[in-house]
Design a protein around this ligand. Structure first.
Ligand code: B12
Ligand code: SF4
Length: 652
């Protein structure tokens, strides 16, 4: 059979390119189909460079692929968060190839089988798909019906039929290696970029990262994870032999010359002796690759970490989730705040980078527990790759059912229709206003407090290995600096968007510091863009003047409030040392029209007008360095404010 596999674009419906981690699910399906003699082609919109909207690119790619490969079957699959991608893919394929059967699989079908009735493909593959897809192909060829295909859902007289699931694949070594060719793996590897993909741990000038799974499932039952509800053999942890894992690594190294390995196991640290064996065998290969994996904080000890370090481990991803023991217990996480701190300290001691996440908003969360986690983050995590986010309820997890029963999610269909927008679900007992007001400021402070690289020297890097067309419209910025944590010299080539430096917008967009990681101690640091913009002296003077206001406690009016893509103005400016949170700010002004009652950092924002300027005539005005600061200053002067009463940086 000719099978066309459609690989999910995980930022859909935004325009590609999307350089997120490559999933493995489709690749295992492709490997299995090919091993059984089927012809597999693929569609992957993630690396398109046209700049067109996601839905337009998807339609164009599907039309071309269907025309060229004339598939007998179209197959796709993704997780719940990619519902819209699956919905649109199925609708477009129905229109372009009405007689071609469509199969859908992936996490969404495993964790919520009834998604089959929402997405309405012809078939759904629930759970592990390697054997089910092959049995389905046989059934399509033989015409003997589908009732015997375990793990399959299909339609009979307009009714959805869900066959029993097959038992978990015990012998993972028996599976063919995943096959990444249907996903334009060559583009994926050539386009990897140290800025666009935070999973790249910035240890290589040209990262080429490949995923691998050494085992499946997880024995724990965290309440925000689908493994809480999966029972029996599906939940039982299954590991591959490390011999087979190493064979796969060598096979793909020959094929793709990757230099970073991302271990995709749900949990790599289920058994220590497996990790030890992996390290020992990997060292024997003498391959020049580095790797990272996910572990639980209670599974590490210094000796193991040192062993991992000597085998090339550069980062470990921990699911910290919370620094409140009360919330950790509600999440059934079975770790403590003390163990989190211990893991951070040991990992640091072993010279391995720490990655982690805090997720805020568990049903038991209170203002106190939110503050406790935020304080822990600021005290212990600023040097590491630690992210703060809202907890998200996903189908198949207890907190999803809780969100439905407490009304945080009104109904499943509207949940799926909006999931790509990542809504904030308040499943706590807090009032929505308190919930947002206590968590949002944590989300908005991603940079402030992080240390800057020292002795920065910037240069124009030459194209070197950055040959892919993706880099043609980038500015390759060479950076030499000193790590503020370990004092080692660091060097990066950063592909940056080409901002038009002749315009205030271009300069403002280039202002946010770049988040980087030391390629020796693997800690987080910031690269200041002030030397690049020639703003260092101006910023120093401005900071000194603001500090005078802070010391005197002077009330000030601050504007114009603006946002640069993906960052928050206060966060950027505070990272650069402006003492904004210490200023006695009376209120904010903006150049834009605002609704009554609009607030920023808990203070009112007014649109700049003669009236409001008259009201505050006696107070000093602080014009923040944004693309609108000149216009802001002129508007103040036109409204009668004396220039001596305006503190500003002349031009950004
Ligand atoms: C790589 C990865 C990503 C990548 C790519 C995601 C993708 N498109 O697959 C990125 C970085 C983008 C990502 C993002 C997110 N991820 Co993610 N991610 C993973 C990870 C580490 C590996 C996925 C993988 O390849 N697994 C290995 C393969 C073999 O397993 P599989 O995908 O289940 O595939 C099997 C079956 O599902 C089926 N199948 C899969 N595809 C297909 C296709 C066809 C045609 C068929 C027939 C069958 C089939 O057969 C496969 C083989 O048996 C998993 C953890 C894990 N180990 O699975 C989390 C995981 C999938 N992610 C998860 C989550 C929550 C997210 C985020 C929502 C996180 C966040 N808070 O932002 C975002 C969502 C972003 C978005 N826009 O949607 C959860 C999913 C939970 C859920 N209930 O859906 C997981 C399980 C991690 C976890 N334990 O929490 N993720
Ligand atoms: S969150 Fe991690 S440790 Fe917890 S059940 Fe899921 S995979 Fe296992």
């Amino acid at each position: 059979m000719r099978v066309l596999i459609v690989v999910p674009q995980s930022n859909y419906p935004s325009p590609p390119p999307c350089l997120d981690l490559l999933p493995q699910g489709f690749a295992y399906i492709a490997g299995s189909l090919k091993a059984h003699g089927h012809q597999v082609t693929g569609v992957n919109t993630s690396y398109d460079l046209s700049g067109k909207p996601g839905s337009v690119v998807l339609r164009e790619y599907l039309a071309k692929a269907i025309r060229e490969s004339e598939p007998d079957v179209i197959a796709t699959g993704a997780m719940a968060a990619e519902y819209l991608f699956l919905f649109d893919t199925i609708a477009i394929c129905r229109e372009l190839a009405p007689d071609t059967p469509i199969v859908c699989g992936g996490g969404i079908m495993t964790n919520d089988p009834t998604a089959f009735e929402r997405l309405r493909p012809d078939f759904s593959v629930m759970d592990e798909g390697e054997y089910t897809i092959v049995d389905l192909m046989d059934a399509l060829v033989s015409g003997d019906g589908y009732s015997y295909v375990k793990g399959l859902a299909y339609w009979q007289d307009e009714k959805a039929i869900y066959n029993p699931l097959r038992s978990a694949i015990k012998d993972l070594d028996a599976l063919p290696f995943p096959d990444f060719e249907p996903a334009n793996i060559h583009d994926y590897l050539a386009m990897q970029n140290q800025v666009d993909n935070y999973f790249h741990v910035r240890t290589r000038t040209n990262p080429r990262m490949l995923p691998i799974s050494t085992g499946r499932s997880c024995p724990y039952k965290c309440t925000f994870c689908q493994y809480s509800t999966v029972e029996g053999s599906r939940r039982k942890y299954r590991g591959r032999t490390m011999k087979s894992v190493i064979q796969e690594i060598e096979h793909f190294h020959d094929l793709y010359q990757f230099n970073l390995l991302k271990i995709y196991d749900d949990l790599f640290s289920v058994k220590e002796d497996r990790i030890r064996e992996f390290c020992s065998l990997l060292k024997q290969t003498k391959l020049d690759i580095q790797w990272n994996a996910s572990m639980r904080v209670c599974d590490v000890n210094l000796d193991l970490l040192k062993d991992m370090k000597s085998a090339g481990c550069i980062h470990i991803g921990y699911g910290f989730e919370s620094a409140s023991d009360m919330v950790l217990s509600s999440m059934n996480k079975r770790v403590t705040k003390k163990e989190i701190l211990n893991a951070i300290e040991l990992t640091e001691k072993a010279g391995i980078g720490v990655q982690g996440n805090f997720i805020y908003g568990d049903p038991a969360e209170t203002i106190e527990s939110i503050n406790e986690t935020s304080e822990f983050y600021h005290q212990h995590c600023l040097d590491h790759i630690v992210h703060n986010d809202y907890i998200m309820p996903y189908p198949g997890s207890p907190i999803f059912d809780h969100s439905l029963s407490c009304g945080a999610i009104t109904d499943k269909q509207s949940y799926y229709d909006t999931i790509h927008l990542r809504p904030r679900y308040n499943m706590t007992k807090l009032k929505r206003k308190d919930f947002i007001n206590s968590i949002e400021p944590i989300m908005q402070h991603k940079l402030a407090g992080t240390k800057f690289a020292e002795k920065i020297k910037l240069s124009n890097a030459n194209a070197g290995d950055f040959e892919h067309p993706y880099f043609h419209n980038k500015h390759l910025l060479g950076i030499n600096a000193t790590c503020p944590h370990c004092n080692e010299n660091i060097h990066y080539t950063l592909p940056r968007p080409k901002h038009n430096m002749a315009t205030p917008e271009g300069r403002f967009n280039a202002l946010p510091p770049v988040v980087q990681f030391c390629n020796h101690c693997h800690k987080r640091l910031l690269i200041s863009m002030l030397p690049y913009l020639d703003l260092e002296d101006k910023f120093t003077r401005f900071t000194e003047q603001l500090n005078e206001f802070v010391t005197a406690g002077t009330a000030v009016i601050v504007g114009p409030i603006a946002q640069t893509p993906g960052y928050y103005l206060f966060d950027i400016l505070e990272a650069y040392g402006f003492p904004l949170s210490k200023l006695n700010i009376h209120s904010f002004l903006t150049m834009k029209q605002t609704m009554g009652g609009t607030q920023y950092n808990g203070l009112s924002i007014s649109t700049i007008s003669d009236n409001c300027i008259k009201r505050y005539a006696s107070l000093p005005y602080v014009a923040l360095p944004t693309n609108e600061s000149d216009a802001f200053k002129h508007a103040l002067i036109d409204a009668g404010v004396h220039t001596d009463n305006i503190l500003s940086i002349d031009a950004l």
